[in-house]
Design a protein around this ligand. Structure first.
Ligand SMILES: [Zn+2]
Length: 378
């Protein structure tokens, strides 16, 4: 186990060419963030709200309120596919601040709104470690949320996976001197996806507003094949652990074993649809079993409410596993009747999940394609 200082030495093997900022699609899909999903999807603008806006807007610690930044608009759908249209609709007002949830001594979660990506951070003796960050909703609010708790420098930024809502702030953290961490597979994924994703992002006004100044490729400086430990201080040892392919090929979590707090990135979705577009829902369930076995007392989920009890943490992971079983069964039932994958996208019964918010416009149809492959469809 190395100290963060010694790890910094490693960080020279930097960024090659691509990779970069946005990876732009939220949540591992290659299309863009879309909250809310377009009216044509079953999740549309439904009541979803309750899940989409957890306890967040309420009260809690928090940020020196910054006015909703001008760079507030969410990037619209992946350019080529869905030109500007949805962009303006998504320029929804952001709150004055994001809630910061204290999860342990020196460990916090930033609760996103509208089923956006949550951010975790640990205040160490010498600096701050952050985990997953989406500049679209927004960098200013997230940074203010961290600054509401500590003035220490942000020295370590960890990516849970490759998608704009996780790696989108890499350039911001890098500029302030942070070393970026991610799994080996995550970095490969980033470098493969970056050019197209940035291009798509810059193709829309909303995307340009957010990513024009974040177009420098900023992949992880330090990668780990299995596990990397950062000693941030007493009770705040952070284990960065590669979990295998669930949501994406590069999925990693941060695990603070002394206080049993987990930052899961998009390996957990709380009361909303998950994105398996570039994932493997069967292996994802095995990963969830492993995470349940770690018995966290709190989880900074990828999307949806951050959990603050062991019971809720376990429930989120169990529910997500049940969700995958349900979705695959629905897809298989229709496939067995001879339905094509396109038919299935239209006819699937979302059952208990019909009012769930979706993280991106293509989360449900894109994931159905993956479930279809997994149940043996062609
Ligand atoms: Zn996401």
């Amino acid at each position: 186990m190395k100290s963060p200082q010694s790890l910094l030495a490693v960080h020279s093997r930097v960024a090659a060419l691509c990779a970069g900022a946005a990876l732009l699609a939220a949540c591992g899909s290659t299309s863009a963030p879309a909250s809310p999903a377009p009216a044509s999807t079953p999740t549309a603008s439904k009541p979803a709200a309750s899940a989409a806006q957890p306890a967040s807007l309420a009260a809690s610690a928090s940020a020196a309120a910054k006015p909703a930044a001008s760079a507030s608009a969410k990037p619209s759908a992946s350019a080529e596919a869905k030109p500007a249209a949805s962009g303006s609709a998504q320029a929804a007002a952001l709150p004055a601040k994001l809630d910061v949830v204290k999860l342990g001594e020196g460990i916090y979660g930033i609760q996103a709104v509208k089923y956006g990506m949550n951010t975790g951070f640990v205040v160490g003796d010498d600096g701050v470690m952050t985990f997953a960050c989406n500049p679209a909703d927004s960098w200013d609010l997230r940074f203010a949320a961290i600054r509401s708790v500590t003035d220490k420098p942000i020295k370590w930024h960890v990516n849970g996976h490759t998608a704009s809502d996780d790696v989108g702030c890499n350039p911001d953290f890098k500029k302030m001197g942070a070393t970026i961490y991610g799994s080996v597979k995550m970095k490969e994924d980033y470098e493969a996806l970056w050019p197209d994703m940035l291009r798509a992002q810059l193709n829309t006004p909303a995307g340009r507003q957010i990513y024009l100044n974040r177009s420098t490729p900023t992949p992880p400086d330090v990668t780990f094949a299995d596990e990397q430990v950062l000693n941030l201080g007493k009770g705040r040892e952070a284990h960065l652990i590669y979990m295998g392919k669930g949501h994406t090929i590069g999925d990693a979590i941060a695990w603070m074993p002394e206080q049993k707090v987990m930052f899961s990135a998009d390996l957990t979705f709380n009361k909303g649809h998950a994105t398996a577009t570039r994932g493997d829902s069967i292996n994802w369930q095995k990963i969830l079993d492993r995470m349940i076995g770690m018995a966290p007392n709190a989880v900074v989920t990828g999307h949806g409410a951050i959990t603050t009890s062991a019971a809720d943490s376990k429930e989120v992971m169990q529910n997500l596993s049940t969700y995958f079983t349900y979705m695959r069964n629905q897809v298989k039932t229709l496939a067995d009747k001879g339905k094509t994958v396109e038919d299935i996208k239209k006819e699937i019964d979302l059952g208990p999940y019909k009012d769930y918010p979706a993280p991106t416009a293509d989360a449900i149809p894109g994931s159905i394609e993956e479930y279809y492959r997994e149940v043996g469809g062609k």
